[in-house]
Write a protein that binds this ligand. Structure first.
Ligand SMILES: [Zn+2]
Length: 128
């Protein structure tokens, strides 16, 4: 129903990339400064709105130290599902055991991302 509100927009993608490419927990102001390199017209409000959305989707974690919020990539991000019809983004919790995987493979796996594509429940009910 609220597919329109969950659009996986260009701004959202950019902000996600900035948080994930940062090697330290990043503040909203830093995200804003960096995002202006690619999108000069982006507003601080848009940055905040998208950061909050990423936190609620489970893609980014927020911590608060000395009254300042910082954002960093979620250590074990939920799998995201993107509807090919309405572009709605939903997080699907998938618990891959990264430690176990590291032990078995001998590779030091630090994180994973999984992107699922398909048609969401709402769109499946719409007949074309
Ligand atoms: Zn859909």
């Amino acid at each position: 129903m609220n597919g329109r509100n969950s659009r996986w927009t260009k701004q959202l993608k950019l902000i996600l990339d900035i948080v994930y490419e940062s090697d330290h927990p990043i503040t909203a102001d830093e995200v804003y400064t960096r995002s202006r390199g690619s999108m000069p017209n982006i507003s601080l409000g848009t940055v905040y709105r998208n950061l909050n959305k990423l936190v609620s989707e489970g893609l980014v974690s927020e911590s608060n130290a000395n009254g300042i919020s910082t954002f960093c990539k979620h250590p074990f991000p939920n799998t995201t599902f993107e509807c090919s019809s309405c572009r709605k983004l939903v997080s699907v919790p998938v618990d891959l055991n990264v430690l176990e995987l590291s032990k078995r493979s001998g590779m030091a796996v630090e994180r994973y991302t999984l992107q699922l594509h398909g048609v969401c429940k709402g769109c499946q009910r719409k007949c074309t």
